[in-house]
Design a protein around this ligand. Structure first.
Ligand SMILES: Cc1ncc(COP(=O)(O)O)c(C=O)c1O
Length: 366
């Protein structure tokens, strides 16, 4: 895949400029609001009156790293706080390539498009393994393409764009493949709080110097604008990742990290459960309307995206524009996620108008 301005922005601009009301199902910005402790933490930070307005430690506030380490059952030395999950993925993929044990990065198709983009930017070579119709990968396919040229295997569970949640066997085998090929498995788990299947298995379950787990608070606390994520890696990777982070970003944002720390300590598990319940309802309503529209689709096991295919209406950019103009619904063209889903469209269920959008689609395709 080419590295270019992500399609997201083009589609969002087209939808914003449209001459009619459009339901935006393109962006990945949660609409359900953050837990109150996020704002409280931010206010408390502001009220310190400037004493703490200077650089935080580059690898992240010590207390936040300790909180993450305690929650994830790892040593604090393994935690690097980053500028979102995006920053964590960049550091992890960069580290995998810098080891000099190969220049290939294996990823799935469909793929979260920033992985191929980052691969190219970091001077690596993209290798794709095609997922099945439900978005699952057969680890045997990964083993087949993995070789001494493999620097990294990057996966995402729960998955954007397919909604797949990889089972335990897949995760165990991916770690083993990375080990057998002297590569690094990067497991991007930014949607870990959005598992509806009960099957989610973090790669952290497998203690190995050949896996790096990346995560973020962007989605789980509905704060995509705060830019706080983290990577967990064996110290032999964590230390060079910290250096790369320092050289590229100097440090992260102290107010954001302070607010996240306060929110982690003061948010009831109900917040996450309520969000999942809300999304379950949206998924049910949306897929019901897709049935009415005669569409084929995958019901997400996790994350908050639905891929759908409408008969005789491939998910091209032209058709996405047509749906915006004629139906008033903006989705993403499947081609934005690789070659395997060019017939499909992706809809993000991060709008209170998901039901309305579904009805509009059902009417349009009726
Ligand atoms: C799979 C995946 N990884 C990473 C990110 C980026 O997360 P962050 O906003 O924390 O950088 C996203 C955002 O949509 C994503 O879908």
């Amino acid at each position: 895949m080419e590295y270019e301005e992500p399609l997201f922005f083009r589609v969002m601009k087209y939808a914003a400029d449209a001459d009619r009301d459009v339901v935006d199902m393109v962006s990945g910005n949660p609409d359900w609001g953050s837990p109150p402790a996020v704002s409280e933490g931010l206010h408390a930070y502001a009220d310190t009156g400037g004493d703490d307005f200077q650089y935080p430690p580059s690898e992240g506030l010590r207390e936040l790293r300790e909180e993450i380490a305690a929650r994830r059952g790892v040593d604090v030395s393994q935690v690097v706080v980053t500028n979102g999950g995006g920053g964590a993925n960049y550091l992890a993929m960069g580290r995998a390539l810098e080891r000099g044990t190969g220049d290939e990065i294996v990823m799935t198709d469909p793929v979260y498009p920033y992985y191929p983009g980052k691969t190219t930017m970091l001077g690596g070579t993209q290798r794709f393994v095609v997922a099945d119709d439900e978005g699952h990968i057969d680890p045997a396919d990964v083993r087949e393409v993995a070789s001494e040229d493999t620097a990294c295997i990057v996966v995402n569970t729960p998955n954007n764009p397919t909604g797949a949640v990889y089972p335990e066997e897949t995760m165990a085998e991916l770690v083993a493949i990375a080990e057998d090929n002297d590569a690094i498995l990067v497991s991007d788990e930014v949607y870990d709080h959005f598992d509806f299947s009960g099957e989610f298995t973090s790669a952290l379950e497998y203690d190995s110097p050949h896996r790096i787990v990346t995560n973020s608070f962007s989605k789980s606390l509905a704060i995509t604008g705060f830019r706080v994520g983290y990577a967990i890696a064996d110290e032999r990777h964590a230390e060079p990742m910290k250096s790369r982070h320092m050289l590229t970003s100097v440090a992260g944002s102290r107010p954001s990290q302070a607010a996240v720390l306060h929110a982690l300590r003061n948010t009831d598990p109900d917040y996450y459960e309520d969000t999942r319940a809300l999304l379950r309802e949206r998924i049910a309503a949306f897929t019901e309307a897709l049935d009415a529209a005669g569409a084929e689709y995958t019901t997400p096991e996790g994350s908050f995206y639905v891929m759908a295919r409408f008969p005789g209406f491939p998910g091209t950019l032209e058709n996405v524009y047509e749906l915006i103009d004629e139906a008033g619904v903006a989705g993403m063209p499947g081609a934005g996620f690789g070659e395997s889903r060019t017939d499909w469209l992706r809809f993000a269920l991060v709008t209170p108008r998901a039901q309305e959008a579904a009805d509009r689609l059902a009417d349009y395709f009726a």
